[in-house]
Design a protein around this ligand. Structure first.
Ligand SMILES: [Zn+2]
Length: 100
């Protein structure tokens, strides 16, 4: 991985790697690949899609081994990023000529 996608998306693979949950990794990898492609096609003006402080909370919770806290931190993160991802997908689909 190089460029924008490398640093900004790599952090999202870390919880899966730390958890040792191979199913989670298998599901996450193509989603991150698609996200990277959408960002590269859309080239959003706003380089920060969400508040990166979420990541520290997630990583700390996973490292501490607290499954409940990890799940809550991830759920909050997904809820926050959902709207941005939806907007990104709409522009991506439009640029690629895909159905909305
Ligand atoms: Zn994130």
């Amino acid at each position: 991985m190089k460029g924008w996608g490398s640093r900004n998306l790599q952090i999202h693979s870390l919880p899966a790697a730390l958890s040792g949950n191979r199913l989670y990794e298998a599901i996450l990898t193509p989603l991150l690949d698609l996200t990277r492609e959408m960002v590269l096609v859309v080239k959003p003006e706003q380089r920060v899609i969400h508040d990166h402080r979420d990541h520290r909370l997630i990583i700390d919770a996973v490292i501490s081994g607290d499954a409940q806290e990890s799940a809550e931190a991830m759920q909050k993160h997904i809820a926050r990023v959902g709207a941005s991802m939806s907007d990104l997908e709409k522009v991506y689909r439009k640029k690629k000529g895909l159905l909305l």
